[in-house]
Design a protein around this ligand. Structure first.
Ligand code: NAI
Length: 264
């Protein structure tokens, strides 16, 4: 078919590293990229689950579509092993999805030891890992055939704040700042960097909240009156990685059913 436009809306053949891919949005993102013809390398410190998710993808799309590694992205040594393993298995890395994240309580009234532990771990996993992985992947991203792509998963906690989550909120605000900073620094290296801010999404992270409390929260706060599905976020993440998204750089895209613009 003759086309009137030139930019491709396909990620077929792209080589993608997704962190936190054993569950929730990371899993949905890896599955979506594979469905669209990309080859994916899944990283997660939950080794049993990440191997199983890679197996699910390989069973549908073939053994060469999904590799995995049980890295803790908060560890410098494990990040280095992860990127080397992903580069070897995929042949290179064109797209990095910094998705792995944790949520730990961090109220001012906590005892010092617990607060410091939660603060340090949250910052290490939710934002420091992103920049270190970006640095490690950069030599490969900058030679990606359609331009390299980094998508950082932030949160609506990067825009507003929930009581008792100062570490998470600080980290997610930092993810947006980091995204802008890397976007201006890496533009000349042929790499775009964007952030996605999901609202409440039904994943491992929000499972413990319980059905009733989730429904109540969604009816009160979300114009669409429901939690989002991980796949609804994965599609936005993939959009930012299309060759056709070549001029989208430094953007923060909210996927929250309208929650953050609602004044009621
Ligand atoms: P999830 O808990 O279902 O998945 C997170 C995955 O990251 C898990 O498989 C976990 O094992 C992995 N992980 C955690 N720490 C890790 C580490 N140090 N190294 C390697 N893997 C690690 O959670 P979900 O919701 O899918 O989270 C994905 C991202 O979305 C996170 O960055 C989270 O902060 C963010 N987010 C989640 C929202 C939600 O409502 N579920 C809302 C806004 C943002």
């Amino acid at each position: 078919m003759t086309r009137l436009t030139r930019l491709s809306r396909s990620v077929a053949g792209a080589r993608v590293l997704v962190t936190g891919a054993a569950s929730g949005m990371g899993r949905a993102t890896a599955q979506l990229f594979a469905d669209e013809g990309a080859r994916v390398f899944l990283a997660d410190r939950n080794e049993v689950s990440v191997r199983s998710v890679a197996g699910e993808i390989a069973a549908v799309h073939g053994p060469q579509t999904a590799g995995w590694n049980g890295a803790d992205v908060g560890s410098d040594a494990e990040r280095r092993i992860l990127v080397a393993a992903a580069a070897e298995w995929l042949g290179s890395i064109d797209i990095l999805i910094n998705n792995a994240g944790i949520s730990r309580p961090s109220t001012v009234d906590m005892d010092d030891e617990s607060f410091t532990l939660n603060w340090d771990e949250t910052l290490a996993v939710n934002v420091s890992a992103h920049v270190h992985l970006a640095r490690l992947c950069l030599p490969l991203l900058s030679v990606a055939p359609h331009g390299g792509r980094i998508v950082n998963i932030a949160s609506t906690e990067a825009i507003v704040a929930t009581r008792g989550l100062s570490a998470y909120t600080a980290a997610k605000h930092a993810v947006v700042g980091l995204t802008k900073s890397l976007a201006v620094e890496l533009g000349r290296r042929n790499v775009t960097v964007n952030a996605v801010c999901p609202g409440p999404i039904l994943t491992g992270m929000t499972e413990a909240i319980g059905d009733d409390a989730r429904q109540k929260y969604a009816r009160r706060k979300v114009p669409l009156a429901r939690y989002g599905d991980p796949e609804e976020v994965a599609h936005m993440t993939l959009n930012l990685c299309l060759p056709a998204s070549s001029f989208v750089n430094g953007a923060t895209v909210v996927v929250d059913g309208g929650m953050s613009v609602s004044h009621t």
